[in-house]
Design a protein around this ligand. Structure first.
Ligand code: TMP
Length: 211
């Protein structure tokens, strides 16, 4: 037995502010599911290797100054350009774990003052996640983890605003995980949530869309 279930794969999205442990936890979950013999891939947004992704990368490293609306649409386009592949993988039974998704898109742009509903509109129609894991760490605590990085947005003022926007976006089905606990405890909690979501997909064959 490979342990893989028939039917479509699950879309498991990790969200949270910077330094909340998303990257560590997505990698740990991926490694664990691979070891269990599950069909799984680890993705991230922004995906910086595509044409659009390269523009985003340059922007984040402060190379250019785009209007907030324009960069917002590029982040969305970066999801749309990979959406056909995402959909086909899910349909083929591959579970996709992703480090950020459209919720980051809205939270960051709304934190800059753009209208929340305007921010949501370009992502309408993208695959709906089967599980949203919110890595919950207040930015004041995140800052104590050795400070933020060098990129745009990696400062306490912006992170506090983003955290506030995430609270607004938070839906009742989000899995809020306390990101101040140990890496291993957090992983155990997330592993259970992910396996539940994957099992659920066998009885929920229809992929729905945002929002
Ligand atoms: P990363 O640190 O996860 O690579 O993300 C880079 C930055 O981009 C991070 O500060 C969050 C931000 N971001 C947006 O502003 N909009 C988006 O749609 C996404 C996916 C990320």
């Amino acid at each position: 037995a490979t342990g893989s279930s028939p039917g479509r794969g699950a879309l498991i999205v990790f969200e949270g502010c910077d330094r909340s442990g998303k990257t560590t936890q997505t990698q740990k979950l991926f490694d664990c599911l691979v070891a269990m013999g599950r069909k799984v891939e680890l993705w991230r947004f922004p995906e910086r290797t595509t044409g659009v992704g390269k523009m985003i990368d340059e922007y984040l490293k402060s190379g250019n100054n785009l209007p907030d609306e324009a960069i917002h649409l590029l982040f969305s386009a970066n999801r749309w350009e990979t959406a056909p592949l995402l959909k086909s993988k899910l349909a083929a039974g591959v579970t996709i774990i992703t480090d950020r998704y459209a919720f980051s898109g809205v939270a960051f742009s709304a934190a800059k003052g753009l209208d929340l509903n305007w921010c949501k509109s370009p992502d309408v129609g993208l695959p709906l996640p089967d599980c949203v894991v919110f890595c919950d760490l207040h930015p004041e605590k995140a800052a104590k983890r050795g400070g933020f990085g060098e990129e745009r947005y990696e400062n306490i003022d912006m992170q506090l605003k983003v955290y506030h926007q995430f609270q607004k976006l938070r839906q009742s089905d989000w899995k809020v995980v306390d990101a101040s606990q140990s890496v291993d405890d957090m992983h155990e909690e997330i592993k259970t949530l992910a396996l539940e979501a994957m099992d659920h997909c066998t009885s929920k064959p229809q992929q729905r869309s945002l929002w």
